[in-house]
Write a protein that binds this ligand. Structure first.
Ligand code: HEM
Ligand code: HEM
Length: 221
């Protein structure tokens, strides 16, 4: 029977950001796809209702909320000693460990990649991809929010991002890219949740509950 040692893994702020991010991304996916493929509920002419407009307002609200969550996570990643910091995102640059992890997943090697505190190399790659997705969805989202305003913060963001809007071929192009990036989130979520469950079962260290309690059970060597 291996010896388990309890270890603090995730601070409260990281857990709060994680689950707020999860909730807002799920709401954004549902409301976003409703905007893309709207359907009308109840009796009466669609033109007399404002269903898509209301859902768009909800979407924008959670979009701006996600923007602030990402800024908060970036602040923690750069300025605090809490794990994980931006350095942990570079763990994939350890090519030897990266190859070991791939070999283990492909059942070529049965040597379990040692779990270091920082992200595992493939995990770091996935989170770097997620940051890129978040950056793109926020930029394109802010352009579309800004397009509705002539004054205020939204209009300021829209004007600031005008060169990006032009580079994407105008608002229609921005909307298309926003839509395509949404699918990137769906792919990330499927891989991420699968890996969280997989790690929980194979390592038996309480990976999933660690994102709730903040504590993990590490096997002593
Ligand atoms: C995970 C995050 C997000 C997902 C999955 C998502 C998804 C979507 C989707 C699928 C659409 C419909 C596009 C289409 O019509 O084909 C949409 C529209 C929209 N999104 Fe997002 N979005 C996200 C984040 C954001 C953010 C951060 C903002 C702004 C800060 C934003 C603002 C908007 C706006 C304003 C529209 C309406 C576009 C229009 O009026 O045509 N979204 N979103
Ligand atoms: C939109 C959906 C999700 C996003 C964007 C997301 C994002 C992230 C990020 C960025 C991290 C790294 C933590 C950090 O340093 O900030 C993480 C860790 C984690 N997530 Fe998620 N997550 C999502 C959904 C979920 C769901 C549904 C689960 C439940 C199974 C989950 C379970 C975990 C666990 C267990 C960890 C810690 C992994 C470890 O021990 O290294 N995530 N997630």
């Amino acid at each position: 029977m291996p010896n388990f040692r309890m270890k603090k893994e995730w601070w409260l702020s990281i857990r709060l950001i994680h689950w707020s991010m999860v909730s807002s991304v799920f709401i954004l996916l549902a409301s976003g796809f409703y905007i893309a493929y709207p359907i009308s509920f109840g009796a009466g002419a669609t033109a007399d209702k404002f269903c898509v407009g209301n859902i768009r307002t909800l979407h924008t609200f959670f979009g701006v909320f996600l923007t602030f969550l990402m800024l908060w996570r970036a602040y923690l990643g750069i300025f605090t000693k809490f794990h994980a910091t931006w350095i942990d995102l570079l763990s994939w640059t350890n090519i030897h460990k990266l190859i070991n992890q791939v070999k283990f997943y492909l059942l070529i090697s049965n040597k379990k990649p040692k779990h270091v505190y920082q992200y595992a190399p493939l995990q770091a790659l996935a989170y770097s991809g997620l940051i890129l997705l978040q950056f793109m969805i926020i930029m394109t989202g802010l352009i579309m929010v800004g397009a509705n305003y002539h004054a205020g913060l939204s209009a300021f963001a829209g004007n600031l991002l005008k060169p990006l809007e032009i580079a994407m071929g105008g608002l229609a192009g921005v909307r298309l890219i926003h839509h395509i990036v949404s699918w990137g989130f769906i792919i990330f979520i499927m891989a991420h949740v699968y890996m969280a469950i997989w790690t929980d079962i194979v390592y038996k260290e309480g990976t999933i509950s660690s994102m709730i309690s903040g504590r993990v059970f590490r096997k002593a060597d």
